[in-house]
Design a protein around this ligand. Structure first.
Ligand SMILES: *Cc1c(COP(=O)(O)O)cnc(C)c1O
Length: 393
């Protein structure tokens, strides 16, 4: 198992836990207990029940006939867009809240950029009757008003981070500070395969249900569990980690990660971390991130709020380093065109994050016999304003 963590929580030279000393007890409690809890029969039963009856799993694996015809390959869409709340993020928040309860926590905190993770967290807190505080940059609150109101309707307290640029990084700092001051009763739900060990491994395990289902579904569709390609967009990397997980040791399956190239990789307005990033430490783990010569994190840019992140999780940095995943990128324009294309060909309006994965199809040298599984991470309802502003449809 080359692609799992070692005893130090590292994937190759990436990962680990680089945290302030004050946070050590919180992270240590999680590290010592997470594996035992999530492997217990009691946890597995409750997690499976909620995935099935609350989230709506298994999500379908849909043969996209018209898309397949266009790209001359057999293309299947893994329909994470059909999950409750509209994306894969709920798989992780359900897992973490069940874990938090078993650790005796009564309160949940989270940080959110575009608001999608905040909504998924507020949702499970309502479901479990737990207090929920979501930190969000003040600027992001103005830009993502509907998600702020969704969280409030669900009963969460949304607190504006007013330091720095008033975006995700500042919200993360405030959430960390809150956690340091409330170590015994509070669990911090991180929304992607990022953060200090054990978060990346834990989140990857919760999302791994995606590839577990794909394998079973492919047996019915093509008679074996192995596609030629698995394609997923990468922000922090959680939907991709989930879609790759059970294929990581199946080397003939080609794994493709699609990053946001924004206005173009060399325009200084992008979020293509593997193309531009260098080794550094962000949010408590060592990974690849976009930074200046002197180590300042560069503000990322993408039309898609969920891909607008300056790093990738340590698992992905390792998979990139090892050559196991091929990373490519799609620009804003390419993603928007692909979003419209999928809408027209299959009647599915994708999240703009997921549209980046669709845009990658034209970059793969596909042949008629190739089986492609594209992880459709979310639906486009939340992005209607962006589609309207884009206007070319
Ligand atoms: C948040 C989000 C992403 C990006 O996050 P990952 O951790 O990289 O999966 C992708 N797609 C959708 C629909 C999202 O909401």
């Amino acid at each position: 198992m080359k692609y799992t963590i070692d005893e130090n929580g590292c994937y190759g030279k990436f990962g680990g836990a680089f945290i302030p000393e004050m946070l050590y007890p919180n992270v240590e409690e999680l590290r010592l207990n997470y594996q035992t809890i999530i492997q217990s029969a009691d946890f597995i039963n409750e997690f499976q029940y909620l995935l099935r009856h609350y989230v709506g799993r298994p999500t379908p694996l849909f043969f996209a006939a018209r898309l397949s015809e266009k790209y001359r390959a057999k293309i299947f869409l893994k329909r994470e867009d059909l999950c409750h709340t509209g994306a894969h993020k709920i798989n992780n928040t359900i897992g973490q809240i069940l874990l938090a309860r078993r650790l005796g926590k009564r309160k949940i905190i989270a940080e959110t950029g575009a608001g999608q993770h905040g909504v998924a967290t507020a949702t499970v807190c309502a479901l479990m009757g737990m207090d929920c505080i979501v930190y969000m940059g003040q600027l992001d609150m103005e830009r993502q008003r509907p998600n702020v109101e969704r969280m409030r309707i669900l009963g969460a307290h949304v607190i504006a981070a007013t330091s720095g640029n008033m975006t995700l990084k500042d919200a993360t700092n405030e959430a960390m500070r809150h956690w340091i001051n409330n170590p015994t009763d509070t669990h911090y739900i991180i929304g992607s395969v990022v953060g200090p060990h054990p978060y990346p491994d834990m989140v990857a395990q919760f999302q791994s249900v995606i590839s577990e289902e794909i394998k079973k579904q492919l047996i019915n569709e093509i008679g074996n569990p192995y596609p030629d390609y698995v394609v997923a967009c990468v922000g922090g990397g959680s939907n991709a980690a989930g879609a790759y997980y059970h294929f990581l040791n199946d080397e003939p399956v080609q794994l493709i990660g699609v990053e946001a190239a924004g206005k173009g990789i060399n325009t200084n307005e992008s979020a293509a971390t593997t193309a531009l990033g260098k080794v550094g430490i962000l949010h408590g783990s060592k990974s690849l991130l976009m930074q200046t010569e002197d180590g300042q994190v560069i503000e990322p840019y993408s039309i898609s709020a969920g891909l607008d992140y300056p790093g990738i999780g340590p698992l992905h940095a390792h998979l990139f380093d090892a050559g196991r995943v091929r990373f490519i990128s799609a620009t804003d324009d390419e993603a928007m065109n692909a979003g419209i294309e999928l809408s027209r060909l299959e009647g599915i309006i994708p999240a703009i994050e997921s549209a980046h994965a669709v845009a990658a199809l034209s970059q793969l040298a596909l042949s008629e016999e190739d089986v492609v599984v594209l992880n459709l991470s979310g639906r486009g309802d939340k992005d209607l304003e962006t589609y309207i502003k884009w206007g070319k449809y």
